[in-house]
Design a protein around this ligand. Structure first.
Ligand SMILES: Cc1cc2nc3c(=O)[nH]c(=O)nc-3n(C[C@H](O)[C@H](O)[C@H](O)COP(=O)(O)O)c2cc1C
Length: 209
């Protein structure tokens, strides 16, 4: 009994010490770590993404700050291989012989969404803030996915196709609210590559005196 009591007291003391030893700012640094460790992933394992994870990602997305909290956005999640493959089959003839085809088709090509097994589409009601709102939402989703062990790639290239005649049926199948425009897609899946960080130009940052 005495031994149990001593163990409990020791554990409680260790927990209190840990709280004191790790300042709040350091505990929060995992967000900054994730920001710097995230990479655009373009090769994915043949592994289904759990719907619970996709839902968690979407919920992180709509937690984003947005102008006047209007939430004039729509999120659509596609994890159907049939849908992704059919969309890809309709897309490929439209890029035949273009640099995009050379860019996209290569070793390990599976589909137009950078080979991912799931895609999240983000649409918005056009407004001065739509791009900002959806952009912040997108980064929220990519960081949430990172924390859940998933890779992502923000994709602008499918938008033009889905707004074209050849892609109309796929856009329509997203059942977006009237007047909403597709902003981008996010490929999601278990990464099958570990790309190096792309360099960033730090001269873009300046303090103003
Ligand atoms: C709005 C937007 C559109 C993008 N479109 C594509 C795309 O169509 N295809 C692609 O492979 N990557 C696309 N990317 C990913 C960028 O190429 C990538 O973020 C950039 O090269 C930096 O690499 P990193 O994300 O690994 O840091 C897009 C990114 C953004 C933000």
């Amino acid at each position: 009994m005495k031994q149990i009591l001593i163990t409990v007291i020791l554990c409680a003391t260790a927990l209190v010490a840990l709280r004191i030893a790790v300042p709040k700012s350091e505990k929060q640094s995992s967000v900054i770590e994730a920001i710097h460790a995230r990479r655009s992933i373009r090769q994915y394992q043949d592994k289904t993404v759990e719907r619970e994870k996709l839902e968690q990602i979407a919920l992180a997305g709509i937690a984003a700050p947005n102008a006047m909290n209007r939430q004039a956005w729509a999120v659509r999640i596609v994890d159907s291989k049939e849908w992704i493959d059919a969309c890809t089959a309709a897309y490929l003839p439209t890029i035949e012989g273009t640099p995009m085809a050379a860019h996209l088709l290569g070793d390990g090509f599976k589909n137009m969404f950078r080979n991912a097994p799931a895609v999240i589409f983000v649409a918005a009601q056009p407004s001065a803030y739509a791009g900002v709102d959806c952009g912040i939402m997108g980064q929220n989703m990519m960081l949430a996915a990172y924390e859940l062990g998933l890779g992502t790639c923000c994709l602008g290239s499918p938008v033009g196709f889905m707004n074209s005649e050849a892609g109309a049926q796929f856009l329509s199948s997203l059942s977006l609210p009237e007047g909403y425009c597709l902003q981008f897609a996010i490929a999601v899946g278990y990464a099958d590559e570990t790309p190096e960080a792309k360099p960033r130009d730090e001269s873009k940052i300046a303090f103003v005196e």
